[in-house]
Design a binder for this molecule. Structure first.
Ligand SMILES: C[S@@+](CC[C@H](N)C(=O)[O-])C[C@H]1O[C@@H](n2cnc3c(N)ncnc32)[C@H](O)[C@@H]1O
Length: 293
């Protein structure tokens, strides 16, 4: 079971963290394991890398990939919002570096049972794993039981969806007839609400992004992870974060303006044209890094 995920900006991420032999690092978003592997390589022969993911499948895959690397590699199924507790429990603090590569992996997108893809049918769940949220909320709960106003607000605030009102209204209409249970059921509701779009993006892109962010409480997890990194990084230690949309990037940018952090780069780094050509998923990536003062 190998990962199909192509990690983004690995070289830039490693340049930002500058792993050293004997250092201790946290990869809060293990995914397919490329960033973890790079951290392990560059901190050889005795650096330690602890990798977290909320997706148990990512951990299972990594246990295979990094077999024999223990005790240099430690994998933990955990939410990165708890990174300070996890690394303290593992006796790894203070850390030299923390990396976060936000969002979901291609493996998760292709796993129809997670329901994050609007290209294939699956349950309207959207949790990336059992520890992705604390209340068990699913996308089906939101579309079938939240008020029209609440749904509209979610689509507007977390999807920056300009048709939020029309889509929310159509969802309410559809669910009166029958509960919306599958991803493709929701896609057809969205297409009814917004039949023509001038842009090339799929009509369901923004709605799916908004629901995923809320279900996984992604923005709050990010805020908590930055605070956690502040607690466990040693002075001079570095946090590097790769974001994929402006809501995430804004949180990182603002956090790095506080007096705890000294940004490594004035502006966020972006992937090269070559990388974007090879991996179109990289096109919206932005990397920010800062040193703990
Ligand atoms: C873009 S992928 C990371 C890819 C990885 N950097 C690599 O080298 O392959 C994001 C990963 O973060 C995980 N994830 C998302 N939110 C998380 C959270 N709050 N805590 C821990 N893992 C999370 C996802 O399950 C996914 O596997």
């Amino acid at each position: 079971m190998t990962s199909i995920h192509q990690a983004v900006m690995t070289t830039e991420l490693i340049d930002a963290i500058r792993p050293q032999a004997g250092g201790r690092y946290l990869d809060g978003t293990l995914g397919g394991g490329t960033h973890t592997e790079a951290l392990l390589q560059d901190s050889a022969p005795d650096g330690v890398v602890c990798s977290l993911d909320v997706d148990p499948v990512a951990l299972e895959r990594a246990r295979e990939r990094f077999k024999g690397m223990e005790p240099r590699w430690i994998g933990v199924e955990a939410n990165f919002r708890h990174l300070a507790e996890v690394t303290t429990d593992q006796g790894l603090t203070p850390l030299e570096g923390v990396v976060l590569d936000l969002g979901f992996s291609s493996d998760e997108l292709e796993d129809f049972s997670k329901g994050i893809s609007f290209q294939q049918d699956g349950p309207l769940d959207m949790r990336l794993g059992p520890k992705a949220n604390e209340d068990g909320l699913t996308a089906a709960d939101i579309v079938n039981s939240w008020t029209q106003q609440e749904i509209e607000t979610v689509l507007r605030n977390f999807g920056e969806e300009s048709h939020a009102r029309t889509i929310a209204r159509e969802i309410l209409k559809a669910r009166k007839a029958a509960r919306i249970i599958g991803t493709l059921d929701l896609v057809s509701v969205i297409k009814k609400a917004v039949p023509h779009r001038p842009s090339k993006i799929h009509p369901a892109t923004k709605t799916f992004q908004a629901l995923r962010i809320v279900v996984n409480d992604e923005l709050e997890s990010l805020r908590m992870a930055i605070k956690g990194a502040q607690q466990v990084l040693k002075p001079g230690g570095r946090l590097a974060v790769i974001t994929f949309h402006s809501l995430e990037d804004r949180i990182v940018k603002q956090a790095f303006q506080s007096e705890t952090w000294s940004p490594v780069y004035k502006k966020p780094l972006e992937p090269t044209e070559i990388e974007i050509k090879q991996n179109p998923r990289a096109r919206s990536a932005k990397l920010r890094a800062a040193e703990r003062l």
